[in-house]
Write a protein that binds this ligand. Structure first.
Ligand code: NAP
Length: 302
């Protein structure tokens, strides 16, 4: 049996996109949304992000058979405790948080009597808030489900078909492994972008005006990532600390090798490395995970 009524907690980019995607692709599924911020709820009503927008977290989850938390990773615990009294005993609780092990543990603690099946749609943009969501965000994007040991197969299958219904391809993974993989593919790249953009804007020898004027030389693409939501990313690094530190050590080792190659004038080493990375970019485009057009096809949904 699939889900009939989905409650969405947090109506920013992810929550709003789920509401719009359900309306577009699963029109028989009822949606109720809630956000702690009254101004966000007002925008969510104006944009019809969900069938109903509740002003109270307990009311939002009443009658819902699936509740999806779409708040920053550090706010999961407080959000879950706020709606807990309204939950149906059989309701399945899921989320979209970017790190999985700590979220899994904090939700299990906050809602000990409920089935919790965390998930992470690997889809997003640098925008946030209730105006950022769009219905095609999950099209041809991966959604990783990280069920805890002992989760019922039927409920995992229901969650899988829900995400497939929104256009995602679903993969099942262990939460710890998810955190390691995402540390490499998402968290470290964001850390590098935040750092390089900060370094460039702090340079005294180069004016800020010049940094912006000549940004097309590579810097511009980093600024897109470094414009991502500061609360979300602070929480990701606080909650995926071990995996990020592990991967950061690997990265710093590789960076030191590259510095040595430049110092020693080792052009062969650099050429080999840059050829390998170019091939990775081509494979990402071939697999439909990005677009070869100059704006990476990012304006298609507008
Ligand atoms: P967002 O646009 O900032 O939306 C989050 C919303 O949750 C905000 O409106 C926020 O209100 C609200 N909120 C905060 N605490 C709350 C609480 N206790 N109860 C109810 N609402 C609360 O963030 P997002 O980009 O959608 O990210 C949401 C989650 O998705 C995060 O866990 C993130 O790791 C994950 N994720 C993000 C991306 C991405 O690319 N952005 C991709 C995949 C997964 P205030 O702003 O007023 O605090």
């Amino acid at each position: 049996m699939s889900f009939q009524h989905v409650a969405i907690i947090g109506l920013g980019l992810l929550g709003g996109s789920i509401g719009l995607a359900v309306e577009a692709h699963l029109p028989d599924v009822k949606t109720t949304g809630y956000d702690a911020d009254p101004a966000v709820r007002e925008r969510a009503r104006a944009r019809n992000l969900c069938g109903t927008i509740a002003d109270d977290p307990v009311e939002a989850v009443r009658d819902a058979d699936l509740v999806i938390l779409c708040v920053p990773v550090g706010a999961m615990d407080a959000a879950a405790k706020a709606f807990a009294p309204g939950l149906l005993p059989e309701a399945v609780i899921s989320d979209v948080g970017s790190s999985k092990l700590s979220v899994s543990q904090s939700l299990a603690k906050a809602l000990p009597d409920h089935t919790i099946i965390p998930a992470h749609p690997v889809a997003g943009t640098e925008e946030s808030g209730p105006d950022a969501g769009f219905s095609s965000l999950f099209h041809q994007r991966w959604c990783i489900i990280t069920p805890p040991d002992g989760a019922a197969e039927g409920q995992i299958a229901n969650l899988k078909s829900f995400w497939q219904g929104l256009g995602s391809t679903v993969e099942i993974m262990d939460a710890k492994h998810h955190d390691l993989v995402l540390a490499v593919t998402s968290h470290i790249p964001h850390l590098i972008a935040y750092t390089i953009v900060g370094t460039a804007s702090d340079l005294e020898e180069v004016t800020r005006g010049e940094v912006i004027k000549y940004s097309a030389g590579g810097f511009r693409d980093f600024t897109r990532i470094a414009a991502s939501d500061p609360v979300m990313w602070r929480d990701v690094f606080l909650n995926n600390r071990d995996a990020v530190l592990d991967m950061l050590d690997r990265f710093l080792g590789d960076l030191a090798l590259m510095r040595e190659a430049i110092r020693a004038g080792d052009g062969e080493m650099m050429f080999d490395q840059f050829s390998k990375t170019r091939a990775i970019r081509r494979r990402i485009v071939e697999q439909g995970q990005d677009d070869a057009r100059p704006d990476f096809g990012r304006h298609d949904h507008e």
